[in-house]
Write a protein that binds this ligand. Sequence first.
Ligand code: GAP
Length: 463
Amino acid sequence: MPAPNIDTIVSLAKRRGFVFPSSEVYGGLGSAWDYGPLGVELCNNVKQAWWRWLVYERDDVEGIDSSIILNRLVWKYSGHEATFNDWLIDCRKCKGRFRADKVVDNKCPSCGASDWTEARPFNTMLQTKLGAVADDDPTALAYLRPETAQGIFINFLNVQTAMRRKLPFGIAQVGKSFRNEVTPGNFILRTREFEQMEMEYFVSPTAEHAKLVDYWVEQYLEWFGSLGIDRENLYLYEVPKEELAHYSKRTVDIMYRYFPEREKPWEELMGIAWRTDFDLSIHSKNKVDEEGKRINPDSTEDLSYFDEPTKQRFYPHVIEPAAGVNRTVLAVLMDAYSEKTNDKGETRVILKLSPQLAPIKAAILPLAKNKPEIVGMAKAIKRSLQPVLRAVYDDTGGIGKLYARQDEIGTPFCITVDHQSLEDEAVTVRNRDTWEQERIKVSELAEHLQKRLKPYPVPPETI
Ligand code: GAP
């Protein structure tokens, strides 16, 4: 049973230190969120799982970390300056301003009227000024990147030559992106500052591009499965031609059931696009149009690729899986949410996070906090586990309360040190999902836990 709605996660996230509303002491800042002690761990674990899966486990992907602020010309030639727009309309009656594509049945969401101004474009790139310049100096204008992808394209040749890569290969990047969203909202689903995990997979112009889109869709469905997201809560949306971005010939969106309570429950989790050779050719100095005119007179490099076997030079095509860290985190939290009733009829929240994502892997709990030998042994176990996994020590409540707290934040194992432990050098290991307990020798504890902290698809019962 996933979370019944996003609000359930908002309240759990604040209560337990995953996500806080940003700038709260000044009344907040619309749609900005701060990740707390557990949230930052969860985000890091998602990003690390993604990086491991693509960059370490595959042999055909390299990683980079490019600047957030790039030369403004990048955004001119990528098409973002001209086309990265939301179309806005104003309600003539209440003066409310809305995104034209989000208005349902032509009715104003504020006052219900249907009297609109003409739609006009609003560029959603966030602007800044570089250096100590006058406010109106146009040469100082720069943008905070709206996607991590362009930092990859402009480094294609650097990576390819430095790492001696041959096609096909990919370049992955994870980092912050910024968009001046007109209607942000729904918690961390749509914000103006967010994080992306993007990979540009470079292939020959004669490759089977549409099939490669399917290939990457399948890969990501499996990856989301390994994060514990149920396939039933994912849905594939083939983006119709008229909705495709200017660079795309085919895009499939993987949607997640973020709104189970609504008639339309799906929202985009990520997209997989065939970006053709648009980006590499548009940033290249040698590419010419039909009339032989250079399409980019500002570029000093040519991002074409020489294919040794065919002795041909061309601009590689790109298949781009583009995912959001924050939307993945939200989907993971919603899917992991569950409730269980104990013997006393009390309902407990259990966050059944995939063990690889759990912010804390093991909580060490002394059964008697006024017994120095037990406390000392529990703290020593915590220290001994720390080099191999994230462990915490907690003695701030009765054992039932401590278990409940760890269940709610998704800690896969609670380890209890009791009087018997002092005699037999063993502890009780409690499983988050089954509440079953087993007695394990302290000397075997680290290995025992590590074996059970493997990612799904190991079913939750067997962690
Ligand atoms: N390079 C292609 C690209 O950026 P996109 O569909 O605009 O494509 C990719 O963005 C992913 O980034 C989305 O599927 C979503 O997960 C995330 N994303 C985009 N805008 C976002 C926002 N305002 N807030 C949170 N995540 C966002």
